[in-house]
Design a protein around this ligand. Structure first.
Ligand code: COA
Length: 772
């Protein structure tokens, strides 16, 4: 509803245009809101009693202004909410921006909270902008594979100069403050302490409506040209410089390159109209033809849906959701330290770190405090909060000090008996019957851990698998045991978000989702060397890493990752599984059958040569303390000799494989395992797997995750046919056996995401998310 005040100013609140039955917490500018804005603006403009207009997020001046175009509209076939007028007369954002800019009455945008994307573009089309200190403005379209398409690339440089426009648009910022807005002239004013943003906007509206029309005309950005840079740098040079720092177009940089081209058009072309034409063409090209863009948008929604969201709200969960609660962390090693930092940084406290080893505990506390100090110096913790954060850390060598904790995360080394013993002690120590008792295990059976608790406690027990380093990596696998309650999962997800993690609920099995899929990936990488390596021209360690990282886009190749993590870890897992040869007796492990495809290459390098990885300065590569801080991988002749030895009898010895062949041999079985995980209900949605691989394993975002990549970049039919061939050729590698779900999708002619969207999966999986 449009309110007319005695002062002849119409107030149009964006939120009023949202349909009542559809929650729209961020005022995304979907069709009904655009329709409402157009009608309200036209009405106010035509009304002779109205002298000025205020555009605000909500009538009470609280909440967000707008997070921009409704991204859901970009995944449909129309996709044109920004630039292409739709049938039925629904206006585009561009239509509304033009209407605002041409308005014969001054429009003041009153900005609060998020003012992003299309929301900011509407603000730019207003003649005046004021805000309060909650404002966070920016143009993040590049992060969803697009560019601003409602004039943002043309109006922002004209208002604030090319420097600020490049910073905001190319980096896709969402955090520009009111202070920055004043500095770069995005804002005309900020509400004083004793007035609301609405009062401030009304003040400006009253003043502006009394100015002569010529001054209104000067506020229309379409009539301005881009000002010279305040520091005298040439605008073209600035754009060239920005271009140099971008990823290449092939490696995820399509939209980023387009942003620079559009900004360039704002000062190189002679008119606003021509610049807008360039913006429109670039935007539409990305929207309709960019697979990278679809991948980025897939991730945006996958990340938000991965953790589910429920309406469960008991007292305990409300406190924890707000970052209040006592946390216990058991184990002061690498993982425990990172976990404690994550909770402290988010304001939880006290956080009690427990370790029986006094020296380890002391070192852990020291490490945590110095890391927090470092983060404050880098501006990640507000200096005024640092003291409180640091004093929230307590330490103890006794588990009994965890009696009053709301959440206890156990992070000791991977040994089932040790973990069970700790949990059975917690059973009696913990005074709160609803305390969450969580294990940061990466592979162990969560039910076996929970079974050491009394029955009523098991509902509050789950896995909370952090990734190393835990204060940096965003992913948390939330592992549901057979007795874990939905309420518990819901609170863990909420708390994970509070500590700035991306939680994904998964089922309980060996390696859960991420590490289980990693098994075929790492095994096949090593087997490739034993098969195609050797001789002068054979496949080498660096060839495989190069294909997966530089060519495909993984953050690092498999062998470099093994060296960073420690090759002894993989060896110990294989030993626990009964696969390795006993170094003393020479006996082959009991679980390695004669038919199993296996190479002892990775075992011998550890047992015989002590090549554990970076920690011993030798692994798949050599390392030299003087080169690249001891982290740069260098070729190793010892490893080459070992590869020569193990490839000796292979019929493919000494053959180089093409990059695509390497990628498919290693990644197709990983994808196949993803299908098996879905089949078993260990993951409840392919998008969950994508998020796990993106945030836990460095999968390239522009390929959308392994399942998106399989569906959209390769296609499921070619993957199935390749797996069938490989399984026939290598029956001893079960990971090549195509999953039934993969076969089903291919026979239906559906991608796996579509298969889930169309509801085929409901009957066949355990549907973790559906239980949330
Ligand atoms: N279109 C459609 N839905 C959007 C949206 C948009 N532009 N921006 C946010 N949402 C939805 C989210 O999907 C989420 O929905 P859900 O509750 O059903 O999962 C909800 O709004 C809240 O968003 P969320 O990101 O969980 O909240 P937050 O407080 O952490 O962050 C923002 C808020 C606005 C900073 C963040 O959502 C954001 O960056 N949005 C994207 C903005 C953007 O890219 N705009 C340009 C569009 S062209």
């Amino acid at each position: 509803m449009t309110t007319i005040l005695p002062s002849d100013t119409a107030i149009i609140a964006i939120a009023n245009g949202a349909p009542l039955n559809k929650p729209n917490p961020v005022n995304a500018l979907g069709a009904p809101i655009r329709q409402y804005l157009q009608t309200s603006l036209k009405k106010a403009i035509d009304d002779p009693n109205i002298q000025a207009i205020v555009l605000i997020g909500r009538h009470d001046g609280k909440g967000v202004f707008s997070a921009g175009a409704d991204i859901k509209e970009f995944s449909g076939s129309s996709g044109g909410s920004v630039t292409i007028s739709e049938a039925g007369g629904i206006p585009t954002l561009n239509d509304i921006a033009h209407l605002m800019e041409r308005s014969p009455k001054p429009i003041v945008a009153a900005l609060t909270g998020a003012c992003l994307g299309g929301g900011m573009e509407l603000a730019l089309a207003a003649q005046y902008r004021v805000a309060d200190n909650t404002l966070r403005y920016g143009l993040p379209e590049v992060k969803i594979g697009l560019i601003p398409g409602a004039g943002g690339t043309q109006r922002l440089p004209r208002l604030c100069g090319a420097r600020h426009a490049l910073d905001v648009i190319v980096r896709g910022r969402i955090n520009c403050s009111a202070k920055e807005g004043l500095k770069f002239h995005f804002l005309d004013g900020v509400a004083s302490e004793d007035e609301t943003v609405l009062e401030c906007a009304l003040r400006w509206a009253g003043w502006a409506s009394n100015l002569p029309s010529v001054s209104l005309d000067s506020r229309r950005l379409c009539h301005r040209s881009v000002p010279p840079d305040a520091e005298g740098v040439d605008k073209t040079d600035m754009c060239d410089f920005a271009m140099q720092s971008l990823p290449s177009v092939e490696r995820g940089g399509e939209s980023a390159h387009a942003t620079v081209k559009a900004i360039r058009a704002s000062f190189e072309l002679s008119s606003f109209r021509e610049g807008m034409e360039v913006e429109k063409n670039l935007f539409n090209d990305l929207l309709y033809h960019s697979l990278q863009g679809r991948a980025y948008r897939h991730i945006f929604f996958a990340e938000r849906s991965a953790s589910g969201s429920s309406s469960i709200r008991n007292k305990q969960s409300s406190q924890l959701r707000q970052g209040k609660g006592t946390i216990g962390v058991i184990g002061a090693g690498t993982m425990g330290r990172g976990i404690a930092i994550s909770f402290l940084r988010a304001g939880f406290g006290p956080v009690i770190l427990v370790d029986v080893n006094e020296k380890g505990l002391k070192d852990g506390v020291q490490y945590i405090l110095s890391t927090l100090e470092g983060e404050a110096k880098k501006g990640r913790i507000h200096p005024s909060k640092l003291g409180a954060v640091m004093t929230s850390l307590q330490s103890s060598t006794s588990l009994s000090d965890l009696a009053d904790c709301d959440i206890i995360v156990e992070a000791v080394f991977e040994n089932l008996n040790v973990k069970r013993e700790i949990f059975s002690k917690l059973d009696t120590i913990s005074k709160k019957m609803d305390a969450l008792l969580l294990s940061n295990t990466s592979t162990l059976d969560v039910d076996a851990i929970a079974s050491s608790l009394s029955q009523p406690r098991r509902a509050f027990c789950a896995g909370m698998h952090f990734f190393s380093p835990a204060h940096i990596m965003k992913l948390v696998e939330v592992v549901r045991g057979k007795d874990t309650s939905t309420d518990t999962l819901d609170i863990i997800c909420a708390v994970s978000k509070r500590i700035r993690k991306v939680p994904v609920v998964v089922g309980n099995c060996d390696g859960f989702v991420g590490n289980r899929m990693l098994h075929p990936y790492s095994t096949e990488s090593t087997l490739l060397l034993a098969e195609y390596g050797g001789g002068d021209n054979g496949l080498g360690v660096a060839d495989v890493d190069d294909a997966l990282s530089r060519y495909f886009g993984m953050a690092a190749g498999p062998f470099l990752i093994f060296d960073i993590a420690g090759n002894d870890i993989g060896y110990n897992i294989r030993r626990e599984k009964g696969l390795v040869r006993d170094p003393k007796t020479g006996q082959v492990g009991p679980n390695r059958s004669a038919q199993m495809r296996y190479t002892e290459l990775a075992d011998e390098m550890v047992v015989k040569f002590g090549r554990m990885g970076q920690k011993t300065m030798k692994g798949w590569y050599n390392y030299d303390a003087k080169v690249g801080k001891g982290r740069k991988p260098l070729p190793s002749s010892e490893m080459q000799d070992l590869i020569n030895k193990y490839s000796m009898d292979s019929p493919h010895r000494g053959r180089k494989l093409g990059k695509d062949e390497i990628v498919s041999r290693i990644l197709f079985p990983l994808v196949n395992e993803g299908f098996k995980i879905l089949e078993e209900g260990i993951a409840s949605d392919p998008a969950d797997i994508d998020i796990i691989y993106l945030y836990g394993y460095g999968f390239p975002a522009w390929k959308g995750g392994p399942m998106f990549w399989a569906d959209n970049y390769i296609g499921l039919a070619p993957i199935l046919s390749e797996l069938e061939k490989l399984h026939q050729y290598y029956p001893g590698s079960d990971y090549f056996r195509p999953s039934d779900l993969l076969r089903k999708c291919v026979s239906l002619g559906l991608g796996v995401q579509e298969y889930y969207k169309q509801g085929y999966a409901k009957a066949s999986t355990a549907g973790i998310k559906s239980k949330l």
